[in-house]
Design a protein around this ligand. Structure first.
Ligand code: WTA
Length: 645
């Protein structure tokens, strides 16, 4: 199968773009025709951004797994769907052909049903990067259950919050997960998360690390035992649940500017069509190629470009359990060499971290199979871009800089590999169907005059198929977060530049959301976690430039607890305790890089923290702090400046 809707020239891109804006319904329905439907749609698109309400392919009936699996069986049954590379290079890899993956998904779908899971139920998936994670996700989709994958680095408290918000009754997890030299006891984290939980009825535990776990009678069952029961009956198939185009497919929690993560909801048809379309076009995937996306399935990038995009396109998707720097910093290059990887899609933070190891780890690695490189998650600095281009792509692989979000489901701004121009540091042009605009503080569109580059807040005027539909259980929150800042527009939360060629460069978040190693973390979330520590009176968290992580977390903390245990009086022990608290409440990814103890915070008379000042100080800018006369206590600024870490 090749892809009739794959764009093959710059002119074809321009033509597709024009058409998609003039007549979005005709444009997207022509693409939707190439998928497997149980019943075609009645209406292509209905929408308004005031409620908001967005419905694509309404009345259509389908199941995404028939598009990701069944439809490839005749032609690709024996082709690899998933290549799994384990954490340790000396452990055997696994290959799941489309036939095998289909069989396993069907069998695990039976297991879910046998354990009481029904269409519409929420299933929380907390696993390491093993094929069973993809199988669990697809098995939920097979029977119409809504999966909510939680990244394996989140704490018990974070899981508990997500379980409660989604009112999940089922969990699929592992005994443990390997990540580099670490062995993370996932099941025991789940056990902690379930203390006091009243909704979860069943926990299915897959074996990976064989770390001892407690299995609670009547609640916990083993994946392998459950699968065996199905296998022994000779069952290899289950009918796919008939889903409405607009039925929810999954919930994925993500950070916003408020303290509580939001459950972003994506629906079946629009998400499928858009992730497939962007996978095929952005990466210019050709049948038979090996696609290696290094993200974790716990994030949107893994959902869209390890699982749904590639599999719906009949591609071979490489799933890697480990980390780029273990056992050494040549791990990615060994994998590229071993499986003749054609497309490598990773994050700038990984590139910067590997750059730090020099060229040694690249030596002797055959990277000649690479055709396309990609980045996602944060702005890529030019130095990292050029290193990637020269030393990984050997100057012959186009680099796609893909800008998008959990809420957008798939890439919205990106060059198409080798088809539309690339520009280091620029995500470049919008995908077909995307009407991006820059607005000023008041929501007024900033128009280009002459050749000047313009700058503003990035908004989108009309829906694309994989826009979020709601935030789980709280539609009003979806409205206020994304559709209320500027009238009749989706607000991304990012700032951007647009140049004379219509290229976009993302400058970063304009709200109180940090991007640490490509992970979204809300400052309010981190503050809440810090404030949980006994003795902390108040805290304020801001980002600052970090060489590898992109942004680091800088916390200003008012602490009045006992320093008695802190034998040297330096605050180091208190700092460690605070870090421990944050790890407990959110997870290690949210640990501040710097904690400065202060006696007060710069506040306006109305009690609002002036983050602008704190941000500047954290960034090392101590001179031009702007107007501080409106502060309740301007003196505090000097104290903070002098104590800067
Ligand atoms: C940032 C990840 C610059 C941006 C897919 C966005 C980027 C947030 C890029 C979403 C890029 C993502 N260049 N910034 N190519 N891609 N971002 O939800 O700030 O984890 O709003 O989705 O990451 O992060 P999320």
């Amino acid at each position: 199968m090749s892809y009739p809707y794959q764009i093959k020239s710059f002119e074809a891109y321009q033509e597709a773009y024009q058409k998609s804006i003039q007549d979005p319904e005709a444009f997207w329905s022509a693409i939707a025709e190439h998928f497997t439907w149980k019943k075609k749609w009645d209406k292509v698109l209905e929408w308004n951004f005031t409620e908001p309400k967005v419905e694509w392919f309404k009345g259509g009936k389908l199941n995404i797994t028939e598009n990701c699996l069944d439809r490839h069986l005749a032609t690709k049954g024996n082709h690899p769907a998933i290549i799994w590379e384990p954490n340790a290079p000396d452990e055997n890899h696994r290959i799941l052909t489309y036939k095998k993956l289909h069989e396993k998904v069907c069998q695990f779908a039976h297991v879910l049903k046998n354990n009481g899971v029904k269409k519409g139920d929420r299933v929380c998936i907390y696993m390491g990067m093993i094929p069973e994670l993809a199988i669990a996700v697809l098995a939920c989709a097979r029977i119409g259950a809504i999966h909510s994958v939680v990244f394996g680095g989140f704490s018990a408290q974070s899981i508990a919050d997500r379980l409660e918000d989604a009112k999940a009754e089922f969990i699929v997890t592992c005994d443990g997960a390997y990540r580099g030299a670490k062995d993370i006891p996932l099941k025991s984290v789940i056990d902690d998360a379930l203390i006091g939980n009243k909704t979860v009825k069943r926990v299915i535990v897959a074996t990976r690390t064989r770390t001892p776990v407690s299995m609670i009678k009547g609640r916990d069952v083993w994946w392998e035992d459950e699968m065996k029961q199905v296998e022994e009956k000779g069952i290899t198939f289950i009918e796919a649940e008939v889903m409405d185009a607009e039925d929810p497919l999954f919930i994925l929690y993500t950070s916003g500017s408020t303290g509580k993560p939001k459950g972003v909801v994506h629906s079946v048809a629009g998400y499928m069509i858009y992730t497939n379309y962007t996978f095929v076009n952005v990466f210019q995937y050709e049948p038979g190629q090996v696609h290696f996306c290094t993200a974790d399935i716990g994030w949107i990038t893994g959902h869209s470009y390890i699982v749904y995009g590639p599999l719906s396109a009949g591609a071979t998707s490489l799933l890697f359990e480990g980390v780029p720097t273990w056992p050494d910093a040549g791990r990615f290059w060994d994998i590229v060499d071993k499986y003749k990887v054609n497309i490598l899609y990773t994050a700038p933070t990984a590139i910067r971290s590997l750059m730090g190891f020099g060229l040694g780890p690249l030596q002797g690695k055959n990277l000649s199979s690479l055709k396309v490189l990609g980045t996602v998650g944060e702005p890529i600095n030019e130095e990292a871009w050029h290193w990637y281009d020269e030393h990984v792509g050997k100057r012959k692989c186009p680099i796609v800089d893909t800008w998008w979000q959990t809420e957008t489901g798939g890439c919205l701004i990106s060059n198409l590999a080798g088809i539309t121009p690339a520009k280091p540091g620029w995500a470049t042009l919008p995908m077909p169907g995307l009407q991006m605009v820059l607005v000023d503080e008041n929501g007024k569109e900033i128009l280009q005059e002459g050749e000047a580059t313009i700058s503003g807040n990035l908004c989108i005027k009309a829906p694309w198929p994989s826009i979020l539909r709601t935030t789980y259980g709280d539609h009003e929150r979806c409205r206020t977060n994304y559709f209320a800042t500027y009238e009749n527009m989706y607000f991304t939360g990012d700032g951007a530049l647009k140049n004379k060629d219509g290229f976009f460069r993302i400058t970063g978040r304009v709200d109180d959301v940090l991007n640490v190693s490509g992970h979204r973390i809300g400052t309010a979330e981190v503050e809440n976690a810090i404030n949980m520590h006994a003795g902390v009176v108040e805290s304020a968290v801001v980002g600052y430039p970090h060489d590898i992580k992109g942004q680091g977390i800088y916390a200003y903390v008012i602490y009045q607890g006992s320093h008695a245990q802190d034998t040297h009086g330096t605050g180091d022990l208190v700092r460690k305790d605070i870090l421990q608290t944050v790890t407990r409440i959110i997870g290690a990814i949210a640990k501040p890089d710097k904690i400065q103890f202060v006696s007060g915070l710069p506040k306006t008379r109305s009690g609002k923290i002036m983050r602008r000042i704190l941000r500047k100080i954290a960034e090392g800018e101590t001179e031009n702090l702007g107007d501080t006369s409106t502060l309740l206590d301007p003196g505090i600024v000097d104290e903070i400046k002098n104590g800067r870490l």
